[in-house]
Design a protein around this ligand. Structure first.
Ligand code: ASP
Length: 312
């Protein structure tokens, strides 16, 4: 049997250690652990990578702690606009949605775009109409209300600023979420879901739902889910760049992921990180910020849940 593995993230950014209480840290780790174990159980039971990443991301979307689904940040209009994408490395099938509102689990809608339409990417009102035809029920704004995120928005809502949820220097809640997996058959998949950036406007869309920028999967190389300053991750075509360095330059997963995060995207001003697996089940989780909510588990019995950089 091949080695299999699951990696998840809950956002990268300026996570200042002293500003987080031990209780809060435990809460984050508990949700990361739940998402990791539920996703990993799919792989352990012989399930496919696509199901594993969808299960893990759904758990993270249901938690108010992360900037996705229920915990999505406020837009300039005081609403929540969510983006998500999922990709199957075996078939290169992909599905994505952006600027959707009221949907409890955007990752499910992205998967429905992949599996139930001829398209890859649906946005805004059209994506909402598609959800309606499938009978999605809409959650009320209260479901997405969170006092802390409301305050984040209040602080900058009358300015032109928009802000990464996880760049807050105060004790805060961070995080776009994502998962990548390699299953027992060596198939890989990636999924990413986000509320985007606080105070965003004009239909701003980040890297998360864009195939090749924030999300990518290909059995020939790897599966990648990114988090960070989306504008730079789009310009750097970050997730695909990791795959390209493996395919064209023969780099290992770890070398390629490190080169992109700690050199290429950093050079153009992008801060953040990514999680990745290759089709041999190897894992990489580089980030160029203070921290990244992350966790992984492999069939070789390795498991880790982390938030901050490791002490050198
Ligand atoms: N990359 C996301 C975006 O720009 C934000 C994040 O990673 O939290 O929308």
């Amino acid at each position: 049997m091949k080695k299999y593995s699951l990696v998840i993230h809950g956002g990268a950014g300026t996570l200042v250690k002293g500003l987080m209480t031990p209780e809060k840290e435990e809460q984050y780790k508990a949700v990361l652990n739940e998402a990791l174990e539920k996703g990993y159980a799919v792989l352990e039971n012989g399930g496919n990578a696509l199901d594993a990443v969808a299960v893990a991301v759904t758990v993270l979307e249901d938690s108010p702690l992360f900037n996705a689904g229920r915990g999505s940040v406020f837009t300039n209009d005081g609403t929540h606009e969510m983006d998500a994408a999922i990709m199957d490395g075996k078939t290169l099938d992909a599905g994505a949605v952006s600027l959707i509102t009221g949907i409890k689990n955007p990752i499910s809608l992205a998967r429905d775009v992949m599996e139930k339409t001829e398209h890859v990417f649906l946005a805004g009102a059209g994506a909402m109409r598609f959800a309606k035809t499938l009978g999605y029920k809409l959650e009320s704004p209260e479901y997405f209300y969170d006092e802390h995120r409301y305050q984040q928005w209040q602080n900058i809502k009358d300015s032109d600023k928009f802000e990464l949820d996880h760049s807050m220097k105060k004790e805060g809640k961070f995080g776009t979420v994502g998962a990548v997996a390699c299953d027992q058959n060596g198939n890989v998949a990636a999924a990413t879901s986000t509320g985007g950036m606080t105070n965003k406007r004009w239909g701003r869309v980040g890297d998360s739902p864009m195939v090749g920028a924030g999300t990518y999967a290909n059995n020939e190389t790897c599966a990648v889910s990114c988090t960070g300053s989306g504008e730079y991750f789009i310009r750097g075509v970050v997730a695909y760049d990791v795959s390209c360095l493996m395919e064209y330059k023969g780099m290992t997963l770890e070398e390629a992921a490190d080169e992109v995060i700690n050199n290429r995207v950093l050079k153009i001003g992008g801060d953040g990180g990514l999680i990745a697996v290759d089709s041999k089940g190897n894992v990489a989780m580089p980030f160029n910020t203070e921290g990244m909510y992350r966790a992984y588990k492999t069939s070789e019995g390795k498991k880790e849940i982390g938030i901050y950089k490791k002490a050198p």
